[in-house]
Every structure is written in C-alpha cells, then in structure tokens.
Design a protein around this ligand. Structure first.
Ligand code: ZN
Length: 277
C-alpha cells in the first residue's frame, strides 16, 4: 500500500523541485504529474514493513554467486493509464518480469534484470513502472590512460550531440509558446507542449557564476580548472569548462565565446573561451 494517498503537498514539492509550473498541477481540479508515478509507491526511511517476498534478493544473490557482483541501473520505462488526483489511494505490486540471456557490454558480461511494478488506485491499474538493471562481472579495464566520462545520449538529447558534432550549440525552442530551454528536455515546463524545434546559439555568452575545481581529483581531469555557469546571449544557461584564461582569472560577468575541444578520438565537447580573441 502507498504510505499516503496522492496529495497536494507532495505534488507541490515535486513541481517546485522540477521547476514545473504547469497549471494542471494546482488548484481544485489538480492532477499529479504522471512522472510522479513511482513516488506514491516509495516507503520513505521507515520502509513498507513486511509483505515483500525475498525473490528479488534471492535472484541478486544467485547472480553474485555467478560472478556478477557489480550492478548498474540502465533504464526506466513508465506507462500511464490515467491521471492521479489528490485522494487516490495507491496499491502496487512488483514482479521480476525478465532476466536476459548473458550479454556482454562495455562494462562487462552479465544479465539485464527487469522488474515491473503495477500501480493501482482504488483497485484499477493507473500505470506501470519498469526498471532495468545490469548485474555483471566487471570487464578488466583495457586502457591505462583514464577516459573522460562519456555523455549519456538518448532520444531526449541526441539532437544536442548531433549539433555538437556539427560544431553548433543547439537550444531547444518550444513551438507551442516559444520558450527556449536548456538542457534538453522532452517537454516544455512553461506550457507543457512536447513539440519543439531548435535555434543555434550565436556562441556569445558571459560567466554567470563559476567554481574552481581543486579537489577531489578524478582520473582524466587535471585540477585546478574552472567550471562556469555560462549565460548564453539567447538567455539560457549551461555548465561548461572555461578555457583560454588561467583558472584564477575567471570572473563573474566575463565575456566568453563558444569553442569546441576534441578530448579524444570519440569525444568532442563545447567549451567557453575567455580572454582576448
Ligand atoms: Zn511551451
């Protein structure tokens, strides 16, 4: 059973945390954002108590014993059947839906485990939540020089990285209300529209804020270096490295210009260059 029925305070906290001001989530006819589906099933710090079978823990223990000692969450899929409203009482159950055959990935060899949670309100299905992990035996690292982390490219942001490959910094623009957004998202936080096109940034910007990274040091990074929150001329902000000036000379308000640096054979990143030229 959900610990609390669907309720307005949790909806408000979620919307504030997400910056989602869509009017459907407030007022007397408010609905809960669909993406809150899992929220209503969470047990909080005190948990749900009994009623849960050991099947999942047993499965993970079996995979541990087979050498698949590492785990990484890979993806989550949700389907929404109907909107939830304050007062809806939630019940849910979860099953291990599938365990894949042995697969070899860059991380190592192991099995994808998919669990499916069915969420109900007053006994009727309102949505499903599928969650997939890879339980694997870590591959031995092949490289001795550490690699910069790779960006996670998915359907929601692939256009951004296509832009980077073409040396363009693309900003999403809602075709419903014209609001620009960055980073890329599947929908508009202002009007809720899922339709969008892009505008290419002029590349001009200023340092809105910054930090200088000294510690901790990560493999493949060479501190100290400056990380800037860059306000683009178009009005949106993005986080990026500030290059071309000593880290100690980066200042708020400093004009910077878009550039692209090649990190290695596979990875090119947008950065912002300060200083003359
Ligand atoms: Zn919009």
């Amino acid at each position: 059973m959900g610990k609390d029925p669907v309720n307005a305070p949790m909806i408000r906290h979620w919307c504030e945390a997400m910056g989602d001001t869509h009017p459907a989530y407030t007022g007397p006819d408010a609905i809960a954002p669909s993406t809150m589906l899992q929220v209503w099933t969470m047990g909080g710090l005190s948990g749900h108590g009994g009623g849960r079978s050991d099947a999942y823990d047993e499965l993970l223990a079996l995979l541990d014993r087979a050498g698949c000692t590492a785990v990484v969450a890979t993806d989550c899929e949700q389907e929404y059947v109907r909107d939830l409203r304050p007062g809806d009482a939630i019940t849910f159950d979860a099953v291990i839906e599938s365990v894949s055959p042995r697969k070899t990935t860059k991380l190592g060899t192991g099995h994808f485990v998919t669990t499916r949670m069915d969420v109900r309100a007053d006994g009727a299905l309102v949505g499903t939540h599928r969650f997939r992990i890879l339980k694997y035996a870590p591959a031995r690292p092949r490289r001795t020089t550490p690699e910069r982390p790779r960006p996670v490219i998915n359907r929601d942001n692939a256009g951004f990285w296509d832009g980077v490959a073409a040396h363009r910094l693309l900003i999403q623009r809602c075709t419903g209300c014209g609001t620009l957004r960055f980073p890329w998202l599947p929908g508009c936080n202002t009007c809720g529209s899922g339709e969008w096109d892009t505008v290419a940034s002029s590349g001009e910007g200023t340092v809105y804020s910054y930090v200088v990274m000294h510690h901790p040091s990560f493999p493949a990074f060479d501190p100290p270096y400056a990380v800037g929150l860059i306000e683009l001329a178009e009005g949106v902000r993005m986080i990026s490295n500030v290059v071309g000036v000593p880290y100690g000379e980066v200042r708020i308000g400093m004009p910077v210009r878009l550039d692209f640096v090649r990190v290695d054979e596979e990875l090119e990143l947008p950065v912002f260059r300060g200083g003359a030229g």
